[in-house]
Design a protein around this ligand. Sequence first.
Ligand SMILES: [Zn+2]
Length: 464
Amino acid sequence: MDRSEWEAVVGLEVHAHLKTRTKMFCRCELEYGGAENTHTCPVCLAHPGALPVPNARAIEMTILLGLALECEISERAVFARKNYFYPDLPKGYQISQYEAPLCGPGRFLLPTEDGEREIGIVRAHLEEDAAKTVHAGGATGRSIGAEYSLVDFNRGGTPLLEIVSAPDLRSADEAMSFLRLLRQTIRELGISDADMEKGTLRADVNVSVRRAGEEGFRPRWEIKNMNSFRFVGRAIEAAFRQQVEAHESGEEVVQSTYDYDPDTDRLTVHRSKEEADDYRYFPEPDLVPVEPSAELVERLRGEVPESPVERIRRLSGKLGLASAAELVTTGNEWKAEALAAEGVDWKTAGAIAMNRDDFLPENAGALARIVQANVTREALDEAFAAAAVGPIDAAEYLSRTALGDEATLAPVIDAVIAAHPDQVETYRGGKEGVLGFFVGQVMRETQGKADAKLVSELVRSKLG
Ligand SMILES: [Zn+2]
């Protein structure tokens, strides 16, 4: 298989639990990890005659996200019933949005090494989550082989935001990068924890392949409910490999839902894809359309903060795209910005932000002075550890300066080298790891006051 002849075509459907106080259509409290079936009422248990009332804050949160993704905000969004049967869906339908979603087409500018790429956002809409089925008993603890299943209705009716991207992503890496930045955007809007481990963020992945330069799309595979970042990337890679193999050997690629097995790193067919018609969507008769006023939309527009993408754009000139993207998607760029504002050069500030624990913003100035003063490694470690828990006094660390001049260090290094001829021979025989031994000896001789980086350079040059 020649990878360069093929490209992946990937689209994502991302679901995020909204961080409202109560559920989407009733006043039951949302509590992650609460005792089972303690947050239920006639509405979310679908008792006959119980009527839904939409959560206004959930609607606002969805509009906020829509604005952050440059979406058109609908003037008249309609809730729709999506009919299907499952034990965790007591009504026999899910209230979702179908023909008239709250947020229409938008776009996401994905930073890449070749500049920004526009990823289309097809829609972002609001729906309710189903309850949670727990398979129990039996050997596997999974649905196959379980002795019985229990349903926890606490999750039933949780407001769920669904974001659908266009099939504009062209590799596993690009899809991961999009997903990370989308997650960061959602988190910074304060509308969801968007945590895959806790199930507050899930992704369905659609993958097909086509020959480079080919127009149109081939049949796609849908991988549902991915709840691990790592597996999203691996599943896309596996789907790409398997589909290219199939196309090249003339096998038919059938459009279907697939499961990814991390143990075998392969996808197997799950079940035939439901067509939209199977759900018999129709407008929800118990709810009036949502008509957000222009005033509301403008007020929410004012609440949208600078996006992660905008910050990457701003920082990548100083730090390079990869570092800027890593700092922003881990929420750490403020550390680099704080240190740089205090006069630490951007590259050092970026490296520190990536490798050091959090520090309190108020300590940025003191830390900047300590970083620039060539203090010992030990003093630096202590300063950063202290800076994470309370205010620090720079003077306490500044006196512990490292020996950073070659004239003082050279005789110590010479003595250490002369005292260890065996290790010198080992090093010259190709075992470069012995370098650490010499650096350690010099640090011991200088009571840890030598500049370890300079020692390392000097030892290397002396050993030739
Ligand atoms: Zn309820």
